[in-house]
Design a protein around this ligand. Structure first.
Ligand code: BGC
Length: 247
């Protein structure tokens, strides 16, 4: 159980970090150093979830989590522009155009910043030097690109074409993993990484998401780092650090 005693030592604002995933929605409060104040709370994201039901789920989870917080960060599995959801590939289409920042600000009574979930994950795990490519292997394939710690928001490399009729997300996402089994699915990872290497010449590739847990079963080159899933939550604190990370 994490719960830290911050009654006196606490410095800086507390951020409620939310990660809306294709299958799980997670919440945790973090201090100004992005250290968690509680054990993250995990709730099932309703299948093909609608904005309203998900916001209700978040509000109920915030009550369950308890504790004070000063501001809110949310990672959303799609493109976010100016606090508005622009795409909803693995969610209900009614998310498109949904002003998630404003709605959560009103519902939770705290300023809210929203960004793409892979961008938040990256903010939580990058080293801040050179070109860093972040990939998340989950329901969908998330991606984020950083140069010397500066984010280029909303890079959607998972939707790049793969062969004539497919995409990286279609070949490597959760449905492919379930259809193929992990051994055959894993065989697809090194060639996919080679494509990203050839395109972006990253100094480091950081891989997160629930299905990254299978990667240690194959030999991984030195430019690959597996990052903890929790980075997708803790990275929310960094959304408040610089204008370049707010989308
Ligand atoms: C979405 C991305 C997201 C990824 C992982 C993709 O389908 O288009 O924005 O980062 O899933 O959730």
């Amino acid at each position: 159980m994490v719960r830290r005693d911050y009654s006196k030592a606490m410095q800086g604002p507390i951020t409620l970090c939310i990660d809306i995933g294709g299958s799980k929605t997670k919440l945790v409060r973090c201090d100004a150093r992005a250290l968690p104040l509680d054990e993250p709370l995990r709730k099932d994201t309703p299948a093909r979830s609608h904005p309203e039901s998900t916001i209700d789920l978040i509000a109920e989870a915030v009550d369950e989590l308890g504790g004070e917080f000063d501001r809110v960060s949310v990672g959303y599995p799609g493109v976010i522009r100016n606090g508005v959801c622009e795409t909803a590939v693995n969610l209900d289409p009614s998310w498109q155009g949904f002003p998630i920042s404003d709605v959560l600000t009103a519902r939770l009574g705290r300023d809210t910043r929203a960004a793409n979930d892979a961008d938040v994950q990256g903010l939580g795990c990058i080293r801040g030097h050179g070109t860093e490519l972040v990939l998340t292997l989950g329901t969908g394939i998330g991606s984020a690109l950083f140069r010397d710690g500066v984010l280029i928001p909303n890079c959607e490399f998972g939707h790049l074409p793969y062969g004539r009729e497919s995409t990286f997300e279609h070949e490597l996402g959760k449905n492919a993993l379930h259809a193929l089994g992990w051994e055959a699915w894993l065989e697809r990872i090194p060639p996919a990484l080679d494509v990203f290497r050839r395109c972006f010449n990253p100094d480091l590739i950081l891989i997160g998401g629930g299905n990254a847990r299978f990667l240690p079963r194959i030999p991984l080159p030195d430019d690959i780092v597996i990052v903890p899933n929790e980075a997708g939550l803790y990275g929310g604190v960094r959304l408040w650090l610089g204008v370049q990370s707010e989308t």
